[in-house]
Design a binder for this molecule. Structure first.
Ligand SMILES: [Cu+2]
Length: 358
């Protein structure tokens, strides 16, 4: 009997993954290659199939409502256990800084675009496009007033370009093929150069076949620190949270719950979170138990910061928030379009937590 239940569980887990990637396909139907693993999945699972009590199989004996409820609970619990056990195990989740060299007074960065595999979660490895082999790409961080040079190498089978989203720069550095530059063809390199004028949380991403290239992973954070630290409110820790969907599925920093990482803080700390939406749809990010002070939009500090618990982040938008960790506990933190975060099989996708320790 026990063995049959375990079989049933793994079968349903398989259905879960198929169903989730099916949702992604719905969002990105025009953006992905028919032969990709994601596209090969069926259409979204009908709502009724999420209902454990309504999902008998010919091989399994009849499951009582009580057994079905217990099985659903067990799947939820199993996901939470993976998340809690994995807390702190993947510091790279929060971004890898891109090293630079100096050429005179210019900071020189290098990015290589390549087609790679990316594990959104162990059961789902996507055909990604990446900068320097990771999704999101490495964090480029400079200071207001810096001279910046970024050399981009294209090792992919498609042409590409890099757009510096939100950064004020000369038109010919804006990265839009045929509008401001030729595309960077396979095997070619292109050098961008500009002065980092406007401090704030910006992004860099492909601006060529972008619905495919960005949702497959050609994206990253471009942070310009202000010359005067008093420009921003004081904070103890600083996190970039990239929202994505379509090819990566509903993901935070290109990982899906329970393989996301929690923010871990101490009571009294002030945590800065930089939201960036690189997906194709809006994501309202909801933090339990702690208010979010929104102090910047698209890199521009707000004249009147405001508090909220749920912050709508549209594609292309960035928001900077400050969280005062005044109450200890494990606070759920997730997209509040519930189908991006939870099913009868447990939480998935755009879910993490903020752990505030005493
Ligand atoms: Cu969402």
């Amino acid at each position: 009997m026990k063995e049959l239940n375990q079989d049933g569980l793994s079968r349903r887990n398989f259905i879960k993954f198929a169903g989730l990637t099916g949702v992604s396909v719905g969002l990105a139907a025009c953006a992905i290659e028919p032969e990709s693993e994601t596209a090969a999945q069926p259409t979204p699972m009908p709502a009724g199939e999420h209902d454990m009590a309504a999902a008998p199989t010919t091989a399994a004996p009849t499951v009582s409502p009580a057994e079905a409820a217990a099985e659903m609970d067990a799947m939820h619990e199993a996901g939470i256990k993976i998340f809690v056990d994995g807390a702190g195990s993947n510091p790279d989740f929060w971004g890898v800084p891109l090293e630079y060299t100096m050429d005179g007074d210019t900071k020189v960065f290098e990015l290589t675009c390549a087609e790679t595999k990316w594990e959104v979660e162990p059961a789902r490895v996507i055909d990604a496009m990446s900068y320097n082999g990771i999704v999101p790409g490495p964090i480029i961080r400079v200071t207001e007033g810096d001279n910046v040079r970024v050399i981009v190498h294209n090792e992919m089978n498609q042409s590409t370009s890099v757009h510096w989203h939100g950064v004020l720069l000369p038109n010919n550095q804006d990265g839009v093929p045929y509008l401001t530059q030729p595309p960077i063809r396979p095997g070619e390199s292109f050098t961008y150069e500009f002065v980092a004028r406007n401090p704030g949380s910006h992004m860099y991403h492909s601006h060529h076949n972008a619905a495919e290239q960005v949702t497959r992973g050609l994206l990253g954070a471009f942070l310009i620190d202000p010359k005067d630290p008093a420009h921003d409110p004081a904070f103890d820790s600083d996190y970039v949270l990239v929202l994505n969907d379509a090819v990566t599925g509903f993901s935070l920093n290109a990982k899906s719950f329970p393989y996301t990482q929690p923010i871990i803080a101490k009571v009294g700390e002030k945590v800065r979170i930089r939201y960036m939406n690189e997906g194709l749809t809006i994501h309202p990010m909801h933090l339990h138990g702690l208010e979010q002070l929104v102090f910047a939009k698209d890199g521009w500090n707000l004249p009147q910061p405001y508090y909220c618990d749920t912050l709508n982040i549209a594609p292309g938008e960035r928001y900077d928030v400050l969280v005062d960790c005044h109450t200890p506990g494990v606070w759920a933190f997730h997209c509040h379009i519930l189908s991006h975060a939870e099913s009868a099989h447990g939480m998935f996708g755009m879910v993490t937590a903020m752990i505030v320790n005493e």
